[in-house]
Ligand binder design. Structure first.
Ligand SMILES: [Zn+2]
Length: 203
């Protein structure tokens, strides 16, 4: 019987840059195992962490499991935290919570769009990252059914970022290096350095 071990991946937190799991080429999920309790549990745990950290995307290696699974979720709540101008400028659009197993990416439009990006595995930093404008993704859903979707703008960026995680690539490998900055650099000055950046979820 499948039993959940404590203090072992899949974690309830996001691992950080330096963790070797983020540099591995993740394994494909054998199709016949997609519906197994282990894979379904992993997906469930990814959803928990996505929600706890309020992320728009997560990849299984980020919770310590080197398998080719990503989740994406761009809910209506984004409109509460992002101004309509930014929403429009970034070509953002809402996208339901979706599981992609063994995703395959094909670039549809190679034009490079440069926007600032963060990652729950590079806490406290942000940088400008060039990404392809449009991509097509083919994957299996959580029931093992094949589907495909074409993304443009912001959602294309997210899905490229998450699939990069499955190939051991982080945004710091692709960023414009001089744009790399600490998200809290101003507060560090205001508080005379006395601030703490949490690595645990905000909840
Ligand atoms: Zn990331």
């Amino acid at each position: 019987m499948f039993k959940v071990e404590r203090n072992m991946p899949p974690w309830g937190h996001c691992v950080q840059i330096g963790d070797p799991v983020l540099r591995e080429i993740a394994d494909e999920v054998p199709k016949e195992l997609i519906k197994s309790p282990e894979i379904q549990y992993l997906i469930k745990q990814m959803k928990v962490v996505l929600k706890d950290y309020r992320l728009v995307g997560i990849a299984a290696p980020q919770i310590g499991i080197s398998l080719r699974i990503i989740l994406m979720f761009c809910g209506e709540h984004l409109k509460d935290v992002i101004t309509p101008e930014t929403f429009k400028a970034r070509e953002m659009s809402t996208f339901p919570l979706t599981v992609f197993i063994n995703p395959e990416l094909e670039v549809v439009d190679h034009r490079k769009i440069i926007i600032e990006e963060t990652c729950a595995s590079v806490v406290g930093f942000v940088a400008e990252v060039p990404r392809n404008y449009s991509v097509k993704v083919k994957a299996f859903d959580r029931n093992g059914k094949e589907f495909q979707h074409t993304f443009t703008g912001w959602n294309a960026r997210i899905v490229q970022h998450e699939i990069d995680h499955l190939n051991g690539i982080l945004f710091t490998d692709l960023m414009n290096r001089k744009s790399f900055r600490c998200t809290n650099w101003e507060i560090v000055n205001r508080k005379a350095g006395r601030i703490v950046i949490p690595f645990y979820p905000k909840k």
